[in-house]
Unconditional design. Sequence first.
Length: 337
Amino acid sequence: MKLALKNALLVLSICLVCLLAFEGMTRLILDDGMLYELEMWKYAREVKIRDLQADLGHRHRKNSEAQLMGVPVRTNAFGFRSPEISETADAGIARIAFVGDSTTFGWGVAEQETFAHQVVAALAAVGRKVDGFNMGVGNYNTAQELALFRDAGARMKPDIVVLSYFINDAEPMPYYAASDWLDEHSAAWVVLRYRLDSLARQFGQSPDWKRYYRDLYAPDSAGWAQTQKALSGFAEAARDLGARLVVFHIPELRELKPYPFDDVTAKVRDVVESRGVTFIDLLPAVEGVDPATLWVTVPDPHPNAKAADAFARYMVPEITSMLDDLCRNKGKGCRGE
């Protein structure tokens, strides 16, 4: 009996040592500040916070700071990835709200290199009286973006609402399982779980990325139905504010020419334009570029600074046209003297 207990304790001790060694190796060797799954884990722990509002699920902490994918990330007193901003714009200032998911947030991109920041900076550089804020939140769908806008963005009274649409915005509301100790504290567990999921996809136990995206837009997809309703909600929210709404479509950057999701883009365009809202496809801004040069890292095809710059340049003319109307009709966003 004593021998059996001794052997059991020995086995448990060896397992514990192995687990601690795996954790230490993960943190000291694998965690170089650019490993996608670990950086997303840090984002969830250090910047995000759970929100029990059913159509939100999570949001950004206020006044948070983190180093993610090699760049500093901060949020202001409203939880936006932007400098501090007053709740009310000064007279004559046209305010621009940038709404979206991680592509708007600028995953892996320095704050000043996000397209939200670049658009406002470019307009200010030519004398336009503008300010703006970035409401992008990672892992949001369009319904969550609308809920956050109604909760935190509308009170800022933007004159122009820039909604960035990405193909996975038609995902259904995420399921927030109760996190266990490993989820909260173990970097090794995060890496192991992510790699196992990748293997499952590689060997066909999970749908490949093209099929996954296309299935989101099936006629009976609950997520797509929810997204269409949310796009209508954005049009209504903008009208209630007296604001202009424009939807910019962010292309999936793994393949650009030929682009594999033109039919999906057309579906989204039809819904947006049927609500009387301007839809601009940003694919032409990058379709002649080698896709891999537009990714944050080779395994992570989020738009990098080069892609954000191309998107910003393509956005500026449309937003400039809106500012011209605002200047004529409301005396906002005009060129300074």
